[in-house]
Design a protein around this ligand. Structure first.
Ligand SMILES: Cc1ncc(COP(=O)(O)O)c(C=O)c1O
Length: 379
């Protein structure tokens, strides 16, 4: 049987590390999970209660492809309440995680052979989804010297492209783009009449002031977000997009055919996520404590060159003084001290051999123990 080249994309290394860590646990070994970007908390209480109510109802069939109107309205209200921005519910599309949103956005905006500038290091699935669709990713290197932040002048120097994709706060570096930098990207996209896609999935998880949405500057950008991170609902597979008017209908047709609808139980439950402020803020306070602990402890274990961590729950460490093979380093770390972390190669083909990403979304007690093991290991 012929197997399509499309499936020959790279694995998602973080998921492979998680598989190895789970195997170690199944064999009786202990593991501190710092490899996947997943809150260690479950969905908020309000969401679980709403899900129970929905289970007792008879309304869990297919929904409209763009999502149930009350959830689209609740997301629009979130933009009003949290950012002070008026976003029409019609521009909001509920998706199967932000992963589903990427697929829909890429299919709606780009053709086979198009070239998309993507900040590197960056979330690995961007490259892998684009490659599977026959769209070329142009890496836009963001390095420690620039605080891992992209700016407009760098984009202007880059060659021709059909779109730009950035995340703020970013994975794996946690760096955030302020409104001035976002404006620079908006300007380049407008000058060149190309798409600007901004992944705002880590909004809500920041450590010095709120993240700013590109929607404050333009209604032409495509904004991607999700219930996975701040709302602590990874397995519910629910995300959303805010689209420019012209894309609503093409995305609706794609969504009808690719997914029929996002999961309906998750949609009914997610409406209640916006009532879980206190519980969600307590999660963020825990991430802040974990971040402070690791920023204090990791340098003593030899991890002393760290990205800024303005937001998200990752520490991206330059380990070039410890190894030039982050994949082997990660394997050894898991085998010898039971700490699972992700090699930078997942996020950056060029420089990732010299970096490791530690997720601090777990409990503070686990972070303390991880720091102790790393310190003892590096002695
Ligand atoms: C930057 C970024 N975007 C998107 C995703 C995908 O999230 P989901 O499909 O669960 O919404 C992740 C997951 O780690 C991420 O880090």
């Amino acid at each position: 049987m012929k197997i399509a080249k499309r499936g020959g994309i790279d694995p998602f290394i973080a998921m492979e590390v998680m598989k190895a860590a789970n195997e170690r646990q199944a064999a009786g070994g202990d593991v501190i999970h710092m490899e996947v970007g997943q809150p260690s908390t479950g969905a908020p209480r309000t969401v679980r209660e709403a899900a129970m109510r929905a289970l007792g109802s008879d309304r869990l069939g297919y929904t409209e492809a763009l999502g149930i109107p009350p959830l689209r309205a609740a997301i629009a209200k979130h933009y009003r309440d949290y950012y002070g921005l008026a976003v029409a519910p019609e521009r909001i599309v509920v998706t199967t995680g932000s992963s589903g949103a990427f697929l829909l956005a890429f299919l709606a905006v780009f053709d086979h052979g198009d070239r998309i500038g993507v900040a590197e290091p960056g979330y690995p699935a961007y490259r892998n989804i684009l490659t599977a669709l026959g769209i070329e990713m142009i890496p836009l290197p963001s390095r420690a010297e620039s605080g891992f932040r992209l700016d407009a002048s760098q984009l202007r120097r880059a060659g021709a492209m059909d779109g730009i994709l950035v995340a703020t706060p970013a994975n794996p570096t946690g760096t955030m783009l302020d409104l001035a930098r976002l404006q620079g990207l908006v300007d380049v996209a407008e000058e060149r009449n190309i798409a600007l896609i901004v992944d705002e999935i880590y909004h809500g998880i920041t450590y010095g002031g709120r993240a700013q949405s590109v929607l404050a500057l333009t209604d032409k950008a495509i904004v991607i977000n999700s219930f996975s991170k701040y709302f602590s609902m990874t397995g519910w597979r629910l995300g959303w997009m805010v689209l420019p008017e012209a894309l609503i209908r093409p995305v609706e047709c794609l969504a009808q055919n690719l997914f029929i609808s996002p999961p309906s139980l998750s949609q009914w439950a997610a409406i209640a996520a916006f009532d879980a402020h206190d519980e969600l803020e307590a999660n963020v306070a825990r991430y802040a404590a974990n971040r402070a602990l690791l920023l204090e402890e990791l340098p003593g274990a030899g991890f002393d060159r760290l990205a800024p961590v303005d937001g998200a729950f990752y520490i991206y460490a330059d380990v070039s003084r410890l190894t030039n093979d982050s994949v082997a380093f990660s394997r050894r770390m898991l085998k010898e001290i039971g700490v699972a972390a992700t090699p930078g190669l997942d996020f950056d083909r060029a420089e990732g051999r010299h970096f490791m990403r530690f997720s601090f979304a777990g409990s503070t007690q686990e972070m303390r123990e991880a720091a102790r093991r790393l310190r003892d290991w590096r002695k």
